[in-house]
Design a protein around this ligand. Sequence first.
Ligand code: FMN
Length: 232
Amino acid sequence: MQNWSKNFYERVLYLLEVKLKLIGFSSGGVGHEGNVGRIVKAIMDKSGLEAEFVKLTDLTYSGCKGCVQLCAVPQVCRLQDDLFPYYQKIKEADAVVIGTPVYGNTFNAIMYSFLERFFGYRHVSFALQDKPFVLVVCGHRKTDTATEHLQERLRRSAVKIVDTVQFVSNSPPCLMCGRHRECSIGGLYTVMGEAAHTLTVTPDLFCKWENSSDTIIAVESAVTKLKGVLAI
Ligand SMILES: Cc1cc2nc3c(=O)[nH]c(=O)nc-3n(C[C@H](O)[C@H](O)[C@H](O)COP(=O)(O)O)c2cc1C
C-alpha cells in the first residue's frame, strides 16, 4: 500500500510537472563521506524529491565580508566565491537539509561561515520565512549543545525547522589521526585512559549511523515530517 501510494504521488507530480526541489549541505570531514554526509544523503534519497547534495568542505569560501549594500535588495548573498550559486538555489528550493559535525562542542566553522552569509536573506523581510529545514548533527560524544546552537542560528532566518537528526558515534577523530599510542590529551585517551596507548585501530571502531536502529528511526521520522510539511 505504501509503495503504491509513493508511486501514485510520484506519478501525479510527474504528470503535473511539479518537481519539488531539495538541496542538502554537509560540512563533514574532507576526503571521505562520514556520518554527516551519509545521513544528509539518506534523507535526500528517501524524500524522493529532485535533490542536489553539496559538500561544503570541498568548496573554497569565506564567511560574510559585510558588503551589505550588495545583498540588501536581491536579499541573497552576492559574494563571488564557490558558494555564490548555492544561496540562490536555497532561495528557490522547496526544502533544505543541513548537516554538521560537532567540533569543540558546537557546529563547525565551515558551517558557521556558510550560515553567516544567510544574513543576505534578512533585509526588511525574511526571504527564507517558513522554508522547511531538516538538520543533522553528528558528534563522537555529545550533540545536544551543538544542536541548540545550530537551531538558534537558523531561527534568525525565520526558517521552519522540521526536525533534527542527531547521531553520537563514540568514534573520536583520534582513531584517524594515527598518533593515539603516544597521546594522553585527546578524546580517545579521555575515554579509554592508558588502554588507548596499546589500541589497534580496526574498522569496527568506526561506528556508522546505518548500524544504529535509533538513528535509522530518526532519519525515517525526519523524512516523514518533511513530506508532511511539503504535503507529499
Ligand atoms: C576538530 C574536531 C573536533 C571535534 N570535537 C568534537 C566535540 O567537541 N564533541 C564531539 O562529540 N565530537 C567532536 N568531534 C568528532 C566529530 O564531531 C565526529 O567524528 C563526527 O561524526 C564527524 O562527522 P563526519 O565523519 O561526517 O565528518 C570532533 C572532530 C574533529 C575533527
